[in-house]
Design a protein around this ligand. Structure first.
Ligand code: SAM
Ligand code: SF4
Length: 335
């Protein structure tokens, strides 16, 4: 299908990330405060509304849906939503249905996800040391996540591990993580910590481990070849020649990916963020709820919003403070 959502910079919007809940069974220190106040239920899009919303985007040429959160797999009844979306895979309109998860519920849902047409999942995991895992996630337990990953592999899902690079926390595990992923045939991507929704507990600059350093460290042990591959997002890839392994680096704080940005983000309350690093958003819940029998006002609100997609974001650490900071949490916009 020809993309119908073209932004003012001639970028075709074909990728929608959808946060289906703001809740989570973990409390990762860089993402949430320990005691969070979550949204009242009536604020959230219902499963039916999520279906209508995503289907409208698919009708406008969105080919890739990534479901995220909060923790998407703690949303009650979420499998109904995945099953509903599989009709767009069957029709060929949707090319990929995927999710980002902390892995805690994968043992329960891996087979159902595969049956709904999901083929790849991103699992976030920052350390392979049990105590450190408990400390960084506060409420998470490593063995449960490892079991989930195993179940996902058995179900036939391809796994990518997402690791937030944290200075003084997982610097010493770089090679262990790379070796583990190579052994288990999983892709690995490092993410730079972003200045989102400051909790006032930890100084983001203290945690900031630039991915150029991670890459340089890898080059001490491996021959690192830059790959041309781009996905329209903030990831760059290299190959480690000795193992053939592909490693990704997500550096949202550099501007070099904005020009090819093909994505927008929908929150669990139906707000559409046209850029992860900007405050501007469009309320899509209003036209959705006000017109239960027609999608025309919703479609028009989506088109209008895409017409405001900015050229890029304003994150910047270069002046030794977290500039361009946005106040919402990652769990709100859905990482
Ligand atoms: N709960 C799921 C998970 O953890 O994979 C999905 C939502 S989580 C918000 C999505 C991704 O955002 C995770 O990989 C997480 O590590 C990352 N993330 C959260 N806060 C971040 C921050 N301040 N900087 C960089 N990445 C962050
Ligand atoms: Fe939950 Fe994911 Fe945020 Fe961790 S990063 S607290 S798992 S939403």
């Amino acid at each position: 299908m020809k993309p119908r959502l073209i932004d003012p910079f001639q970028r075709a919007i074909t990728y929608l990330r959808v946060s289906v809940t703001d809740r989570c069974d973990f409390r990762c220190t860089y993402c949430m405060a320990e005691h969070m106040t979550f949204l009242p239920k009536k604020e959230l899009l219902t499963l039916e509304e999520l279906d209508r919303m995503c289907s409208a985007f698919v009708g406008l040429g969105v080919e890739k849906l990534r479901i995220t959160g909060g923790e998407p797999l703690v949303r009650k009844g979420i499998m109904t939503f995945f099953e509903g979306m599989s009709r767009h895979l069957d029709s060929g309109a949707l090319k990929e249905l995927t999710l980002t998860t902390n892995g805690s519920q994968l043992a329960r849902f891996a087979a159902d996800l595969y049956a709904a047409g999901v083929r790849r999942v991103n699992v976030s995991l920052d350390t392979l040391v049990e105590d450190k895992f408990a400390a960084i996630t506060r409420w998470g337990r490593l063995p449960q996540v490892l079991k989930g990953i195993e179940a996902a592999r058995e179900a036939g899902l391809r796994i990518k591990i997402n690791t937030v690079a944290l200075k003084g926390f997982n610097e010493d595990e770089l090679f262990e993580l790379a070796d583990w992923c190579a052994r288990e045939d999983m892709d690995l991507t490092f993410i730079e910590v972003m200045p989102m929704g400051d909790m006032g507990e930890t100084d983001r600059l203290d945690q900031y481990w630039p991915l150029d350093d991670v890459r340089a460290r890898l080059a001490e042990r491996f021959t690192v070849t830059e790959l041309a591959e781009r996905t329209g997002g903030p990831a760059r890839y290299v190959r480690l020649e000795e193992t053939g392994q592909k490693i990704g680096f997500i550096t949202p704080l550099t501007h070099n990916f904005c020009e090819s940005c093909n994505r927008v983000r929908l929150t669990c309350t139906g707000e559409l963020y046209m850029c992860l690093g900007q405050e501007d958003m469009a309320d899509l819940r209003e036209p959705l709820r006000a017109f239960p029998d027609t999608d025309a006002p919703l479609v028009s609100a989506i088109e209008k919003a895409i017409g405001r997609k900015p050229k890029g974001h304003d994150f910047d650490y270069s002046r030794q403070r977290a500039d361009g900071q946005v106040s919402r949490h990652m769990s709100h916009t859905g990482g």
